[in-house]
Design a protein around this ligand. Structure first.
Ligand code: MLT
Length: 216
């Protein structure tokens, strides 16, 4: 079953999945939409339910999940508000589509990875974990969030012109300081999403989120 809806505050798509699998919350990059990552979600975890919202901010017509003032410089007030909105969406969608709210795993690319990281740092309870493709540090939290239950996969490009390696390292540190278990994958290239990191994320997801005794 695929549902397309404007309800719950976000234009979004929902694809039903098997109860044994987690639900993947798909978060696109700048200029993407709610359809872009559906095939990636299917590839990453066949049989998972897919929940895919469209970012509500428009930057010169391109959807994003929060405002930025310049490349890599984020509007922190807007980020905080949009992060809370997304957490509300996750909670409401779990009720609407009857998915287990404790088994929602974000899969974000670029701007989508940044809002997923922001959810983890602000309201970690909202996610069981995340796959972050090419994230930055969304903000420096004032208090250390408790992320002991979170499992996170980060993938980054060693020559990413938008995300210097030190920013990836800083995000890893912030997540680990909060107790999250973090797996890191480096690609030699830049900001683009490539097959090697998708394959690594797929393996990691299967290992981290397949329930014991759930069959396949
Ligand atoms: C993007 O273009 O999406 C940036 O690299 C990341 C962001 O602005 O959140």
């Amino acid at each position: 079953m695929t549902t397309t809806s404007r309800d719950l505050g976000f234009v979004h798509r929902f694809v039903a999945g098997s109860a044994a699998a987690p639900t993947l919350l798909l978060l696109h990059g700048t200029g993407g939409n709610e359809t872009d990552l559906l095939s990636l979600g299917q590839e990453l975890y066949p049989g998972a339910a897919l929940l895919s919202p469209r970012g509500r901010v428009l930057e010169r017509g391109m959807p994003r999940f929060f405002r930025r003032l310049a490349e890599g410089v984020f509007d922190q007030e807007d980020l905080a508000r949009r992060t809370d909105e997304l957490v509300g969406f996750i909670r409401d969608a779990a009720v609407e589509y009857r998915v287990d709210p404790t088994r929602v795993v974000a899969v974000g690319y670029s701007n989508g990875a940044n809002i997923a990281a922001s959810v983890l740092l602000r309201q970690p309870i909202a996610l069981a974990g995340a796959v972050l493709f090419h994230p930055m540090v969304p903000f420096e939290p004032e208090q250390r969030p408790d992320m002991r239950d979170a499992r996170i996969f980060i993938s980054a490009g060693k020559s990413d012109p938008m995300v210097p390696q030190r920013l990836t390292q800083r995000l890893i540190e912030l997540l680990q300081d909060g107790g999250a278990r973090v797996a890191v994958h480096w690609e030699p290239g830049g900001h683009e999403l490539v097959a090697g990191e998708v394959a690594a994320a797929r393996l990691w997801l299967q290992e981290a989120f397949t329930q014991q005794g759930a069959g396949s």
